[in-house]
Design a protein around this ligand. Structure first.
Ligand SMILES: CC(=O)SCCNC(=O)CCNC(=O)[C@H](O)C(C)(C)COP(=O)(O)OP(=O)(O)OC[C@H]1O[C@@H](n2cnc3c(N)ncnc32)[C@H](O)[C@@H]1OP(=O)(O)O
Length: 418
């Protein structure tokens, strides 16, 4: 079905309350996606450091799903980190991956120089994400004052800019920082040549109101400077608002959003990149972007860090498009039997599986009806006689779980042996 026909059909069959009042709140084109899986993702205390092959595979998948910039670590933090970052940069140049590289470091010259070295050795521009705590609580813990923060930041930015690298100035804990401090630091960073300001909800404190206030505040400073400076949004999920905040940040005017595969990151994590992309796609923002490899991206990240994807996780969880429920299955099957995959994919899914390379699955369990059994058998070219269907359904109704293929096939075998 062509895109035009699809949207006409969508208007006719799905009333979209989400679109009511959205006028004027469209995310502007030209936003970029910044993937933190290989930096913030690896700061989670329960992950294993993926091996280099897994990291390289993930870079390829980032490119495949339309990530623009990958933060690939802190090369100043250890020799192993340096080696991995250099190897990843070489992979990107060797394979001409359409992916820009960023690295993180403190606003300390010793953290910036390894990025300069890597950039020169790999022949690739490295975006420098230079961070420093800016909130009163961070200042208190470190015994820093604003003058010291500004001085250190300026020195670090100068070193990177002089080496020809682009700098994003990262004010850690921005969402709890005082406006006059942020104004001083942002102006200093712009004056010293930073091309981006990265607003960080480091501890997952922000609500959408906070996001709007902070982005608007930053936009005003950028506008006043007359410089062309981008705004990043980097959020954490401590309140469970990371995804929502990320989407609002884009609507309010941030032009780059950070996320990680499966939201893996420090403590309870970051905004989940696959869900940012999913939601933007469903808002009609990424029409040309192929997102059929999101599952692969998430599985690779999960394997790399030694985690399982939760079974009920949106889009990429095992059960995201799987049902055993009689009423749901019957409706989906009716659409499938008419050959109407568009319909089958939307009747009981807020997310159309096919758009993301996935499929609707029907299984059989104690909540099932005859439709599930009939469909299951037909899918496997087994004649669904009434007797056989009844026998399988009877078995399902006394079970406390979804029947496995083996359990259903055992009933089939028993039945054909009669
Ligand atoms: C944006 C974020 O998510 S912040 C988290 C960044 N990621 C990481 O920290 C993971 C990798 N980190 C590491 O390997 C180590 O912490 C290192 C290599 C960076 C530093 O190691 P160490 O020198 O042993 O310091 P340690 O980790 O104990 O403490 C951090 C130091 O950085 C200092 N620091 C933090 N940010 C800054 C900054 N922007 N400018 C100057 N100093 C800073 C702290 O004050 C502290 O200094 P102190 O040791 O004099 O008290």
């Amino acid at each position: 079905m062509g895109q035009h026909a699809e949207s006409l059909r969508s208007d006719e069959l799905i009333y979209d309350w989400n679109e009511v009042g959205r006028k004027g709140r469209l995310i502007p084109p030209g936003i970029t996606f910044f993937d933190e899986t290989l930096r913030d993702g690896l700061q989670n205390p329960s992950v294993a450091d993926p091996n280099i092959e897994q990291k390289l595979k993930l870079l390829h998948l980032m490119a495949a799903i339309g990530i623009h910039v990958a933060d690939i670590g802190l090369p100043g933090s250890s020799q192993r980190a340096f080696n991995d970052v250099l190897r990843m940069c070489r992979e990107i140049t060797d394979h001409r991956l359409p992916l820009r590289v960023a690295c993180a470091g403190r606003t300390v010259v010793a953290d910036i120089t390894p990025m300069i070295e890597i950039s020169q050795r790999a022949g690739i521009p490295v975006e420098v994400y230079a961070f420093i705590g800016s909130s009163p609580i961070r200042q208190l813990a470190e015994e820093w004052d604003v003058d010291l923060i500004a001085k250190r930041s300026a020195e670090a930015i100068d070193v990177a800019v002089k080496a020809g690298l682009e700098v994003a100035y990262v004010t850690e804990d921005t969402t709890r920082s005082r406006p006059e401090v942020l104004a001083t630091l942002f102006k200093m960073a712009i004056d010293h040549g930073a091309s981006r300001l990265c607003l960080c909800d480091t501890v997952g404190h922000a609500t959408p109101d906070g996001v709007r206030n902070l982005v608007n505040f930053t936009q005003a400073i950028v506008a006043g400077s007359g410089a062309k400076v981008g705004i990043d949004w980097h959020g954490h999920n401590d309140r469970g608002l990371a995804l929502e905040n990320a989407l609002w940040a884009l609507e309010f005017g941030a032009d780059r959003v950070h996320g990680t595969a499966l939201g893996i990151g420090e403590r309870v994590g970051n905004a989940a990149m696959e869900l940012i992309l999913l939601n933007l796609k469903l808002l009609g923002q990424l029409e040309q972007q192929d997102l059929t490899r999101l599952l692969d991206y998430c599985q690779t990240a999960a394997e790399g860090v030694g985690w399982d994807i939760p079974i009920n996780y949106p889009l990429v969880g095992r059960d995201a498009f799987r049902t055993a429920t009689g009423v749901h299955a019957a409706a989906i099957i009716k659409a499938k039997q008419k050959g109407d995959d568009w319909l089958a994919d939307r009747i009981y899914s807020g997310v159309p599986a096919g758009m993301f390379g996935r499929k609707q699955e029907i299984c059989v369990g104690y909540m099932s009806g005859a439709s599930n059994v009939n469909y299951w058998l037909r899918q496997r070219n087994i004649e669904p006689s009434k007797e056989l269907c009844d026998a399988i359904l009877a078995r399902a109704k006394t079970s406390d779980h979804i029947l496995s293929d083996e359990e259903i096939l055992a009933v089939v075998a028993q039945h054909s042996g009669r």
